[in-house]
Design a binder for this molecule. Structure first.
Ligand code: DAH
Length: 350
């Protein structure tokens, strides 16, 4: 027995001095303490021994077991520390290095206008709704009192996809959608900002542009409500000194219809090239919802009334930021967009 233990001790010393890596330690533990391990085997013929002999063998085996396990554990601890130190060294980062400069974006002028419009109308209790740009002829025209062959269709050069589908020419299509989808026929107060498409393009027109539509349906809604709402809206968007005037006009989906002008924000109404010396700039179309439109939307015109309005978002952006060509808003030229970076928004831009 003594010899066996001496031999094991010798093998253990050799093993311990040879092992340099943590993952080799696992095999080492099995070599001594596993089922067929060198130390486990010392007790294999215990049952053939006398009680006294067993006691003695047990004691000696325990001794060598404890000795081996404490030596292996000590080595394990040492190797772990070594490994950690190595990892820390390898993963060290030099925090004194200058970082690469992150390029910050800025909010598109168009989105800023939309946010302001939404803020105003949400504060007045309106919902902001959405509608598809690929629209049906029915929602874009027929349900808005523009049957096939109606001359006012010519005013909006339409991109047709096929007989029924088109790219919407006006966000007014969302009026039709909102009335239809409101199955309980409850009051409506909504705005819908979005893109629309028409087949013309020059410095003041783009084949794509932005509009906001508004629709209010309730009992006893009058032209005075429309005027009050749009006056407040114009002042909020263009400044509290803005004057507003309403001119009679024609739209197929409203009766009576009006066009809304605001006093020129460049010259304050005195007359300048921007307002073509008139002192006024047209910004909105609006009116009382036509009884036919109410009827087709499922609202009884004898019970319900409403007003609607539509405005070009681009015009607000062009006026507010003095943008000379509407196409700048859609071509995503980074040099143009960079000008709208505002220091005070730094924390908001994520
Ligand atoms: N849809 C019209 C256009 O694109 C604008 C408009 C005028 C919308 C009067 C309305 C309205 O809701 O009542 O020119």
């Amino acid at each position: 027995m003594e010899d066996k233990i001496k031999k094991i001790r010798k093998i253990l010393e050799d093993d311990l001095s040879n092992i340099k890596e943590l993952n080799n330690l696992l095999g080492l533990k099995a070599k001594y303490f596993g089922k067929k391990g060198l130390i486990t085997e010392l007790t294999s013929n215990m049952k053939d021994l006398s009680i006294d002999e067993r006691k003695e063998v047990g004691r000696v085996v325990n001794e060598i077991r404890e000795e081996a396990s404490s030596k292996i554990n000590a080595l394990e601890k040492k190797l772990k520390e070594k490994e950690l130190a190595l990892k820390l060294e390898q993963e060290k980062i030099d925090i004194s290095l200058p970082s690469c400069k992150l390029k910050r974006g800025s909010r598109h002028p168009f989105n800023r206008i939309i946010e302001d419009v939404e803020d105003f109308f949400v504060s007045q209790g309106y919902d902001v709704v959405d509608g598809p740009e690929l629209e049906t002829d029915e929602n874009c025209f027929r349900l808005l009192n523009l049957p096939l062959g109606h001359p006012a269709r010519d005013a909006q050069d339409t991109f047709y996809i096929d007989e029924e589908y088109l790219l919407r020419t006006q966000t007014s299509s969302v009026q039709a959608r909102t009335m239809q989808s409101n199955v309980d026929k409850t009051p409506i107060r909504m705005i819908c900002p979005g893109k629309v498409y028409r087949r013309d393009e020059d410095a003041t027109h783009s084949h794509q542009f932005g509009q906001v539509e508004g629709l209010v349906i309730d009992k006893d809604v009058s032209l005075a409500d429309l005027k009050g709402t749009l006056e407040l809206f114009a002042k909020k968007m263009l400044g509290k000194n803005t004057k507003v005037r309403f001119r009679p006009s024609y739209f197929p989906f409203t009766e009576p219809s009006v066009e809304v002008d605001v006093s020129c924000f460049k010259c304050g109404g005195r007359g300048c090239p921007l307002c073509k010396q008139t002192g006024w700039i047209e910004v909105l179309g609006a009116g009382m919802v036509h009884p036919n439109v109410l009827k087709m939307g499922g609202y009884d015109p004898n019970v319900w009334s409403g007003f609607a309005f539509g405005t070009g978002l681009d015009r607000f952006a062009m006026f507010r930021y003095m943008i000379p060509d509407i196409r700048y808003l859609y071509t995503n030229d980074i040099r143009f967009l960079k000008q709208f970076y505002r220091k005070d928004e730094e924390n908001e831009i994520k």
